[in-house]
Design a binder for this molecule. Sequence first.
Ligand SMILES: C[S@@+](CC[C@H](N)C(=O)[O-])C[C@H]1O[C@@H](n2cnc3c(N)ncnc32)[C@H](O)[C@@H]1O
Length: 228
Amino acid sequence: MITPKVEVRVTADGSSTLYVPELDEHYHSTHGAVQEAQHVYLGAGLEPVLAGATSPVRLLEIGFGTGLNALLTLQRSLASPYPIRYDTIEKYPLPAPIIEELGVERYVLNPELLEYHQLLHSATWDTLVKLTPRFALHKMAGALQETSLPADTYHVVYFDAFAPEKQPDMWTDDVFAQLYAATAPGGVLVSYCAKGSFRRSLKAAGWLVEKIPGPPGKREMTRARKAG
Ligand SMILES: C[S@@+](CC[C@H](N)C(=O)[O-])C[C@H]1O[C@@H](n2cnc3c(N)ncnc32)[C@H](O)[C@@H]1O
């Protein structure tokens, strides 16, 4: 699979993202990539799950991309009461020179975290790798729609696809039914997107859907829960 052409851009909080000219789309919010990841994925998704966890947490990310969500989640896992197993699916793994060009050392100042950033990217694809005693990573190369997922497993799903107008095949009723089947009872799915068509597809698949405040620059985001 050929990775589309991307260009490095710096967002309003000083962290980097990638711009895809072919789609006229960014990998993260231009208001702040780290800020968005912390608010949407860790704040609204992971934290409530960790607060109620009684066993190791299973997490699924759609779109590994630059590895930013994974890095911040690994950082959080260092002080987490339970280990996190992070499964992530990526159709277009990024080449190493692009990862270097992001220049994360400009805003990830902790040398230990910078080392983890390297480890996340050098980890072998399609293999479960234990990066720390509290964080295991399984990067799956391929399209979500063609990936078979275990049933009733994930406590948190980070749904970080390109916007519905840019990549409609990622936002179908079938995709949200596939993710519902893979989510553990009581598990949550979070996304920066708050579009009505997205919420309707989630509901059609059985999710209980709520609109909650979004990160700076975005009024709302979505959190959905599988009854449990
Ligand atoms: C909005 S970006 C995600 C950003 C990523 N979470 C990060 O922190 O950099 C969307 C990602 O989904 C990936 N993608 C596109 N189509 C996909 C598919 N069918 N299955 C899985 N991933 C896909 C893209 O290559 C891109 O990395």
